[in-house]
Write a protein that binds this ligand. Structure first.
Ligand code: ATP
Length: 404
């Protein structure tokens, strides 16, 4: 089986290169694995180009194994490149990935291999080598990676025409709008000064009072045509969401709108979609966490005072996500407080469905941002976005990750 090794020396705390030289490459050699090509990435998009080019040089239909040392962004680049450029995957359709967590957040790795408690556990050598060890042992299991493909659409140029797709982006971890997209957008400007996770906290403060004007439509699962489901914290299970024609309409404003696949967390302890672990999802679905401030029984309109007042509720949800995903059971009492044991509406609406549409209000520039695995895209004026989750595909390359 052909074997590629790629690491991104610039991601996270920049430890990928020494970690590969000291641990990963010697382990591969010791276990008799012949590496066909080792590449240290030099620029954005490089990892995808390397895999694509390598595939074009292979003639057999065997799967390709790739050891990747990076965060989630580099994995995303490989998947997107192969999704776009099919020339290499005409013969090799299966890509097996052994992942080494070297990024800032490592959502994918820490979801597959939860970090044990204890100071510095995420940096532990054995902790970081688990996927590679599963690969070299020859007995490791692999899990398929689901993909979420988002089409950005521009409005038809004439009445009765069809909207056109201007860009398709693929996520393997998270696709979001609203607060999460705004935070990622602001945090990029802080990367050089704050390379660690603290840049997300600073960016969060900068965006805390924003609400996002849009409407969303949640879509049924394809091909089973199952209507969207919503988590019911009374029965602690998913139940059918009230759906008209198989879809659910959500009117804004939104504070938060985020969907995940493959992961239950975005950082080792930030478990934003914990139910994807505790109640395993069916194929071709994503988990969606929504906060709509006007569900708060003490708020009736969108004004500056209400936005200021609601900041504490959004933070309560974010902080509870760090407490083993406790935000999913936070409920209002009749005075709008989030007291333990309250029996009112849930603060969070937690959906599971086949995908979603996002239609931003043309007056709200911030609502036009879409985040795909950390990369920010902008919906054009009067445009919209459609995201669909898929677990397997007839005509696309498939990706699997080695797990212990
Ligand atoms: N040599 C390089 N110099 C600068 N940037 C690079 C280089 N090689 C790759 N990159 C870019 O670095 C970016 C960040 O990589 P990645 O997402 O893997 O790490 P991260 O952002 O630190 O981690 P995470 O996504 O887990 O938070 C990617 O967009 C990638 O294109």
């Amino acid at each position: 089986m052909p074997l590629l090794v790629i690491y991104n020396p610039a991601c996270g705390d920049r430890s990928a290169k020494p970690f590969f030289q000291e641990h990963v490459l010697p382990l591969l050699t010791d276990q008799g694995k012949k590496v066909d090509l080792t590449v240290e990435t030099t620029h954005e998009g490089h990892a995808g180009q390397v895999v694509s080019e390598f595939l074009r040089g292979i003639t057999g239909g065997e799967p390709l194994s790739v050891v990747i040392g990076s965060g989630d962004g580099t994995v995303n680049e490989v998947v997107n490149e192969l999704f776009k450029d099919r020339s290499g995957t005409a013969t090799v359709r299966r890509i097996y990935i052994a992942l080494v967590p070297c990024g800032t957040a490592n959502a994918l790795y820490s979801s597959l291999f939860p970090v044990p408690s204890g100071e510095g556990a995420a940096k532990d050598i054995d902790y970081r080598l688990q996927s590679v060890r599963a690969f070299v042992s020859g007995e490791g299991k692999r899990v398929p990676l689901s993909l979420a493909a988002t089409e950005l659409k521009s409005p038809a140029s004439s009445e009765g025409g069809t909207d056109t797709v201007t860009k398709t982006i693929v996520s393997v971890v998270v696709t979001s709008t609203s607060l999460h997209a705004a935070i990622l957008h602001s945090s990029e400007a802080l990367r050089a000064e704050h390379p660690g996770l603290e840049r997300f906290k600073i960016a969060a403060e900068q965006n805390s009072t924003k609400w996002f004007k849009a409407r969303a439509r949640l879509l049924p699962t394809s091909p089973s045509n199952t209507a969207p489901e919503i988590y019911d914290s009374g029965s602690k299970s998913f139940v059918p969401a009230s759906a008209e024609g198989g879809t659910v309409e959500l009117q804004g404003p939104f504070a938060y709108f985020l969907s995940t696949i493959n992961v239950d967390r975005l950082e080792p302890t930030f478990r934003i979609t914990p139910l994807s672990h505790s109640i395993p999802p069916p194929p071709n679905t994503c988990d969606i966490v929504v906060i709509r401030p006007l569900r708060d029984p003490t708020l009736s309109e969108d004004d500056a005072a209400a936005r200021e007042q609601f900041v504490a509720k959004t933070w309560a949800a974010m902080m509870a996500a760090y407490q083993e995903g406790a935000h999913v059971d936070l409920r209002y009492d009749e005075k709008g407080a989030l007291a333990p044991g309250s029996q009112g509406e849930n603060l969070i609406e937690y959906y599971r469905c086949g995908g979603w549409e996002w239609h931003p209000d043309s007056s709200d520039e911030d609502a036009h941002l879409v985040c795909s695995d950390g990369a920010i895209n902008v919906i054009e004026p009067n445009g919209w976005a459609e995201c669909r989750a898929s677990t397997s595909s007839e005509d696309r390359p498939t990706f699997e990750i080695y797990v212990a």
